[in-house]
Write a protein that binds this ligand. Structure first.
Ligand SMILES: C[S@@+](CC[C@H](N)C(=O)[O-])C[C@H]1O[C@@H](n2cnc3c(N)ncnc32)[C@H](O)[C@@H]1O
Length: 257
């Protein structure tokens, strides 16, 4: 497997700065709400139990793992940067300086139960999530085997990762093939990307976006053997990150043949 060159993430990414900017508001930003509003009902509708789920390119976040908890036996989270995985490790160990995900976890529970959520329910979900996250892995989507092994998952989730790993749409297509190969036959993929955007900002630093849209995502899924009849692919306008560089996203949920 050829070694890959260092990139902007190796050079200037700061997990705490990212968490501060994107995950420290006192409300749920509209893109996260849009993801929850599609993912949670979809998992409920399918009613399917998954053996192993993967959040690929999770960054320093656990918020998208929360909706998976009722449906999966085991969760793996993977990211390119050890510093991001360290933030997750801190949350799993309930360390004092870990990111506080209570607002997101509470919102997920509210959508699941369609009711007010109390502190006991919140704590129970946190404990269950902590017990289901069994493995944190290094990944690099530029590799044909992005996890460095042959593992596949019956549920693969990835948000703002492959589109954030390159500014070239052509390269994005290849990276999507690498990512989607991690989904087992008959498995489910949940992909969130920025839409028609060339960068996002963290502080005054600019990171790439691949300038893709819903048609690119549909084509990538079909090329990798996903069933078009199963695919739910939606372009969604958002407001909260316009100043950061993107004002729409695509959410795709599809099953592999
Ligand atoms: C915008 S963040 C998204 C993080 C998280 N999924 C979220 O929704 O907040 C982009 C992530 O892509 C990861 N990344 C960058 N290059 C990568 C690569 N070559 N392979 C895998 N992940 C990469 C970064 O480490 C970072 O965590």
């Amino acid at each position: 497997m050829p070694a890959q060159s260092q990139n902007i993430y190796d050079q200037v990414w700061n997990p705490r700065e990212y968490l501060r900017q994107y995950y420290s508001k006192d409300y749920i930003p509209d893109d996260e709400e849009a993801i929850y509003q599609r993912l949670i009902p979809c998992l409920k509708r399918k009613g399917r139990r998954f053996t192993r789920a993967l959040d690929f390119g999770c960054g320093p976040t656990v918020h998208l793992l929360t909706p998976l908890v009722p449906w999966v036996e085991e969760i793996h989270a993977a990211d390119y940067l050890p510093g991001n995985l360290l933030e997750i490790r801190k949350w799993l160990a309930a360390e004092a300086d870990a990111q506080n995900w209570d607002l997101n976890i509470k919102r997920v529970l509210e959508i699941e139960t369609r009711a007010e959520v109390n502190g006991e329910q919140l704590e129970a979900r946190k404990q269950l999530l902590r017990s289901k996250v069994t493995t944190l892995k290094h990944c690099d989507v530029r590799q044909v085997h992005p996890l460095g092994d042959a593992s596949v998952y019956d549920l693969v989730l990835s948000a703002y990762c492959v589109d954030a790993a390159t500014d070239s749409k052509q390269e994005w297509r290849q990276l999507m093939r690498n990512l989607l190969a991690l989904c087992a036959d008959g498995g489910l993929a949940v992909i969130v990307t920025s839409r028609k955007s060339q960068h996002y900002k963290v502080g005054d630093k600019r990171f790439p976006y691949a300038n893709v849209d819903e048609e690119d995502l549909a084509a990538a899924l079909m090329t990798s053997g996903f069933d078009p009849d199963s695919a739910q692919i939606e372009a969604i306008q958002i407001k909260d990150w316009a100043a950061e560089g993107f004002d729409s996203i695509v959410i795709a949920i599809a099953e592999k043949r």
